[in-house]
Design a protein around this ligand. Sequence first.
Ligand code: MG
Length: 392
Amino acid sequence: MTESAAPSPRRVAAILLAGGRGLRAGFGRPKQLEWLCGKPVLRWSLDVLAGYPGLSGGVLVANHDVMAATYPLPEGWMAADPGVERQQSVANALSALTDWPDDAVVLVHDAARPGVDSAVVDRLLAALDGADAAIPVLPVPDTLVEAADGAAGAVVARDRLARVQTPQAFRLGTLRRAHAEASGAAATDDAQLVRSLGVSVATVEGDARLHKLTYAADMAILAGLLGTKDMMRTAVGMGYDVHRLVEGKPLWIGGIEIAHSHGLEGHSDADVGLHALTDAILGALGDGDIGDHFPPSDPQWRGAASHHFLSFAGERVAANGGRIGHLDLTIIAEAPRIGPHRVAIRDRIAEILAIPAGRVSVKATTTERLGFTGRREGIAAQAVATIQLPET
Ligand code: MG
């Protein structure tokens, strides 16, 4: 054979550790499920690793609540139970990879580092061409000193130190041996176990985006690092509506009925406030207007309660992967006085759309007896909706 042998394609698996309870973060639920820039923390790592070209399988190590919230797992992925210690969690995942050969590569990653990307995985796999283990590291930018009893001691030379991140890459056989021979001492990462075998661990350049989620304040740092602005775009829509006031009809404004001598005339319940809001949301979505979706010519909307229109618009936002950022509604009426009902209207709108009341503003004005509103012939409403939508 004279031709040079092409490097054989390596099988690569990932072990994604999501078993921690995240108690230090002080969240009301596992930190892996906290929402970060449009998806749960865990999803960031899972999507990148499962989508990495050349990765042919993985093991997600998580408790049942986290696992249930993450199903279905990507193709080729398995589930494993976490252990009390990190080391046991990795060992459980290795048990799920029994069928894999020793010369396969395994990436061990901590789901609390959602900023993983394919570039760092590329660097790790390249380093494994000449090593059995590789880890991403970053330099230490701060001055380091010994410290005890509230006093600074000697400076520690930082040029010989590095911060260790995950994912960490290993020959599967090497990691198996490290775990089989682990003394039981709790190691904070797998590279320590492998090194204790006398195996050399190569270092590659880490990534600041691999910042670890430990405390609640880390969420803001991660949101900045992962670039929310790149993820969602802000869209603004406006709505305007007018209905005529007639005697002896119920008056519906902003989803509540207000006692008054006159009510608004229209095909539906003529709720001018909810109509303006519905049009504002549809406008932000670029999804036509209220008349397109609920034609006045359609008898099924005769006398309809307008909260149906507004909740429909809210569902369209959700169906587009978006969220309502803020709604601002202005009612223009000479009478009745809207001020006493503002809080009730705000709360009703928030309830219809299932959003916090703090994202809804309701204002009212007269037109100083000028125009049709000033002559009490009708009531007008203006609304502005701000929504966040995924970049397409
Ligand atoms: Mg209308």
